[in-house]
Design a protein. Structure first.
Length: 336
């Protein structure tokens, strides 16, 4: 376990995630360790102290879709006003099941917008059955069925509310993205040192692993703190924990974790990222160095147990079988 220098937590991080990465999960097939996923993990106590650090908690990362709840906070701060269901969709990496798509369309229409205003990357639904049905209807890859369409619809709605042009809304120079840049920096307590383009086309801002965990601890506590329940942070956390299916969808572990643990705020991100915040302010952030999604649920379940969650609630969700001819012949075992 790499030592954690708390003095760097609010400053610059380390830009190479291979540096100081340690085993976070072993893949066991037929009693032999077949492969190992390395990475970085931090568990914060409710007071913000580091309860467990594996690898380098100050590693600079692209948090990918795990940033969506923070971006939603920034949107609410600049005039966006959504009900809880639409706000959950703004934070979502959804399956594009029928209710997801209908919700995004309704969000757009309520702000005088249409699917043609979306500028996210066209894609198929993530859910296999939804993708099959979408194809059977004669459709192709569309922005509305890409998993980030809720975020993009909310970004467009924020532009309408703030009086900003919708043209170029996803570009780093747009007033919307400058506002979200500031929100990410404030909520994580880490200066944004790098900006790039996310898979969906929107601006993406760097942070550190411990900064991401810190922001989720704040989110998780907010709805249960009388001084913060009505704040953007409290509204986002309540929307996610109240409507976890809208945040992901059928069979998705982010949905299942939030359904299992009352008040939990959890958000997966591409390339091996996961973040979660608890009602007491405890938090977890994970980065799998090889970018794989395979070990994320197992590692998150183990980390939540370290954070104080009853293991019986999360162990079934973290259980990840290794298959041989369609049958379990091993498992993904966290190294915590």
């Amino acid at each position: 376990m790499a030592a954690h220098d708390g003095g760097r937590a609010a400053g610059a991080g380390h830009g190479d995630i291979s540096r100081d990465a340690v085993p976070l999960a072993r893949v066991v097939r037929g009693g032999l360790v077949e492969s190992v996923h390395t990475g970085h993990l931090v568990v914060l106590a409710p007071d913000g102290d580091v309860r467990l650090a594996l690898g380098d908690p100050d590693a600079t990362i692209w948090a990918r879709s795990s940033l969506k709840p923070l971006q939603a906070v920034g949107m609410l701060r600049h005039g966006l006003d959504l009900d809880d269901e639409w706000l959950a969709l703004a934070c979502a990496s959804h399956n594009a099941e029928a209710r997801h798509v209908e919700g995004v369309r309704a969000l757009l229409a309520a702000h005088g917008l249409t699917e043609q205003d979306l500028d996210n990357t066209p894609d198929w639904p993530l859910d296999p059955e939804a993708a099959w049905a979408w194809r059977e209807q004669g459709n192709g890859r569309e922005p509305i069925t890409q998993n980030c369409s809720g975020k993009h619809a909310a970004m467009l709605a924020t532009c309408v509310a703030a009086g900003w042009t919708v043209a170029g809304y996803r570009l780093p120079t747009h007033p919307l993205q400058r506002a979200l840049h500031a929100a990410v920096a404030e909520l994580t307590g880490v200066p944004v040192e790098h900006t790039t383009v996310d898979g969906c086309g929107a601006a993406l801002f760097s942070t550190t692993l411990v900064g991401l965990a810190r922001s989720f601890g704040h989110l998780g506590r907010a709805p249960h703190d009388s001084g913060h329940a009505g704040t953007p942070e409290g509204r986002v956390a309540r929307a996610m924990s109240t409507h976890p299916w809208l945040v992901a969808g059928t069979g998705r572990d982010a949905t299942r974790f939030m359904q299992a643990v009352p008040g939990l705020v959890a958000k997966d991100g591409a390339d091996g990222v996961y973040a979660a915040g608890l009602p007491d302010g405890g938090a977890v952030a994970i980065k799998i160095a090889d970018g794989s999604a395979r070990p994320r649920a197992a590692v998150l379940a183990a980390a939540l147990a370290v954070a104080g969650v009853d293991p019986a609630l999360v162990a079934p969700i973290g259980a990840t079988a290794v298959l041989g001819h369609g049958e379990a012949v091993g498992s993904v075992e966290p190294c915590l």
